[in-house]
Design a protein around this ligand. Structure first.
Ligand code: FES
Length: 563
């Protein structure tokens, strides 16, 4: 093959070429598998610290078989892996680091194309961001969802049902032993959370954008057909190299619009907004928060997945998967876009079938009407905030309530269950200092717990506001990503207990009903009452100097593409 990037490593008759070839021969590759062959990188985020990605070593072997079958040579390499359960302070804190790792490894290695093996929440956007910046032929292969959870005859979805039962435990409706006994049944296999959480959402968005082969988002992690999919992915990436089609070909504005439409029709995670803004920021394209509202307003939720619905990712696959879902919203998407499979999206859709119309609904029989996720703006969030309307209580769609403010997650957990807490069902709970800077990675602490005092009265939802994020598996009337964040002096920092706050879904607004002059006085008197760890070196130093706010995808300023 002509003009292979890898030839500049392996084709030279000099000392460097000698060393490069001998490095491959040291691993058993003969001459004819090194020279004039598409060299295919497999960026593997396998990790035993990330249960969602713990099967990716096996999956990589099947990608390799496909690469060799198609006439390429595979080179698997590790990249850092980010899991939701173990990492401190948050996995989001390290998403940009992972994207740098992916970008620089792709750029630095002798490869002509790359397959990205991802899974858990941050690993998919981090890989797309890094690969978008490197821009060589690329296919994403997410690891797939875990099998349905099973507990005492009940189907469980992680972690929607872990949260639901945690609330019931606090309310005294189940015992600690009951709760403990769920631990074994919630994840019955490797793979990511199997509700419409962030990992599932990002996988579905990626498939709809054309960054994966068909079925990649929904096929269960341990289904044998995923091994075939991996093999096909390996075969296809060799063809993409031969056709000389870079990743940017699938990262056009229309692909992003299809991704946003999928987010809405899927009833997906609010985190996807941040990730998509960051992904687009790595390209020449610009998308903005208005695009999310415009698309949300015309797109109903048609996929019946927890937390908005009742089913799980496995059900979605058996119902036809993402391509079948797109068939039911084909009037809302750009079908003329190309996908990594070599087919136009229109061909994929026309080959798809819907096998269960309770799981993949029609637009006239949706799970939730249009506007499932909205961007709010107002005096409390001049640069935006997000609400998942599909998971919120209708009675709070138009609501004015008194603020009850917590300055940190620790303060919240110490106070929230006190019997004398000044709270009722109309109160609006506020958590601040949990944004990109103040929260050191914008933790998923936005799912503020219902005070015990209200739980005992049977209350299961009240309005909650923060500059944090929330797991896509959670539910409730929860306003997130308030920007600018409180730690850097956004209006959230000026709220006092008892202030009135107005939420209007109709007007897409969130306002602090305090006189401007009073706010000016508060601003002048504002003293930081919360201090984060100060980094004077290392990654933390880079992070604090360069992290952007939510509306810019929380990317580092220096990683964005020059437009
Ligand atoms: Fe990895 Fe939920 S913990 S996707």
């Amino acid at each position: 093959m002509k003009n292979l990037r890898s030839e500049s490593w392996f084709g030279e008759k000099n000392l460097e070429g000698f060393l490069h070839r001998s490095g491959m021969k040291a691993q058993g590759w003969p001459d004819n598998m090194i020279k004039d062959k598409p060299m295919i990188g497999i960026a593997n985020s396998f990790s035993e610290a990330v249960h969602c990605n713990s099967h990716l070593r096996n999956l990589a072997e099947h990608v390799k078989k496909g690469v060799i079958a198609a006439g390429g040579t595979p080179i698997e390499f590790p990249v850092i892996s980010l899991g939701e359960f173990f990492l401190s302070p948050t996995s989001m804190y390290l998403r940009n680091q992972m994207s740098i790792d992916v970008e620089e490894m792709i750029k630095g290695l002798p490869i002509d194309g790359v397959v990205l093996l991802s899974g858990c929440d941050k690993t998919t956007p981090a890989m797309i961001m890094g690969a978008a910046s490197a821009d060589i032929p690329t296919i994403l292969l997410p690891g797939g969802p875990s099998l349905r959870g099973d507990w005492r005859g009940e189907e469980l979805g992680s972690c929607t049902d872990c949260r639901r039962y945690w609330t019931e435990l606090r309310a005294g409706n189940i015992t600690q032993a009951d709760y403990d006994s769920m631990e074994e049944g919630i994840y019955r296999s490797p793979g990511h959370c199997m509700v419409a959480g962030t990992a599932s959402t990002m996988a579905a968005i990626s498939e709809a954008m054309g960054l994966t082969l068909e079925g990649a988002a929904t096929l269960p992690a341990v289904d044998s057909r995923r091994m075939t999919l991996a093999n096909n992915t390996g075969q296809r990436i060799v063809k993409l190299v031969e056709e000389n089609i870079n990743f940017s070909n699938f990262l056009r504005k229309e692909n992003f619009y299809n991704g946003i439409t999928t987010l809405m029709s899927f009833g997906g995670s609010t985190n996807a907004i941040i990730h998509m803004m960051a992904m687009a920021g790595r390209t020449k394209n610009t998308i903005n928060l208005r695009d999310f509202n415009e698309i949300s307003e015309k797109t109903p939720v048609i996929v019946n997945l927890k937390p908005a619905g009742s089913k799980l990712m496995e059900d979605l696959h058996y119902a036809g998967g993402v391509s079948a879902m797109l068939k039911n919203i084909e009037n809302l998407i750009y079908k003329d876009v190309e996908t990594v499979s070599g087919k136009k999206l229109s061909e994929i859709i026309s080959d798809s079938n819907i096998y269960n119309d309770d799981v993949i609904r029609t637009q006239s029989n949706p799970i939730n009407s249009k506007g499932s996720i909205l961007i709010l703006k107002g005096t409390l969030a001049p640069n935006g905030a997000v609400i998942k309307v599909a998971a919120a209580s209708k009675k709070f769609y138009e609501h004015v309530g008194k603020a009850l403010v917590f300055d940190s997650a620790r303060e919240l957990s110490e106070e929230i269950d006190k019997p004398d807490l000044d709270v009722d069902e109309n109160t609006i709970l506020i958590l601040r200092n949990n944004g990109p800077v103040g929260g050191q990675g914008m933790p998923e602490s936005g799912f503020l717990p219902i005070p015990k005092k209200l739980l005992d009265k049977g209350v299961r939802d009240i309005v909650r506001i923060s500059d944090a994020r929330m797991s896509g598996t959670a539910f409730g009337t929860i306003i997130l990503h308030v920007s600018p964040e409180s730690y850097i002096g956004g209006p959230l920092s000026l709220v006092e207990n008892g202030d009135l706050i107005s939420l209007s879904i109709k007007n897409k607004s969130i306002d602090l009903l305090v006189d401007k002059d009073e706010l000016k006085i508060r601003k002048e008197k504002l003293k930081p009452n919360y201090k984060i760890k100060d980094y004077d070196r290392g990654y933390g130093f880079i992070y604090k100097e360069h992290i952007l706010q939510a509306e810019d995808g929380c990317d580092f300023d220096f990683l964005k593409a020059k437009k």
